[in-house]
Ligand binder design. Sequence first.
Ligand code: ZN
Ligand code: ZN
Length: 72
Amino acid sequence: MAFRDDVFSRARGRCQCTMKRCSHHTGRCNAMLRGDWEIHRVMTGGSYTLSNVKAMCQKCHRNTPRYGCGKR
Ligand SMILES: [Zn+2]
Ligand SMILES: [Zn+2]
């Protein structure tokens, strides 16, 4: 899927999560994204556009408040 490729290259192949709620990283996560990384929408219910998404490793995505909502 081309959009996923765009998100991946913008993130430079690394997790873009900066959530303080994650206990496994401080600042940006930067985990290598391979295989099962996920697209997180910044605004829940917002559209899948580059300005509204972040590439996240699964570990971080599970920490998002609305995980599973509109997931694809
Ligand atoms: Zn991460
Ligand atoms: Zn995180």
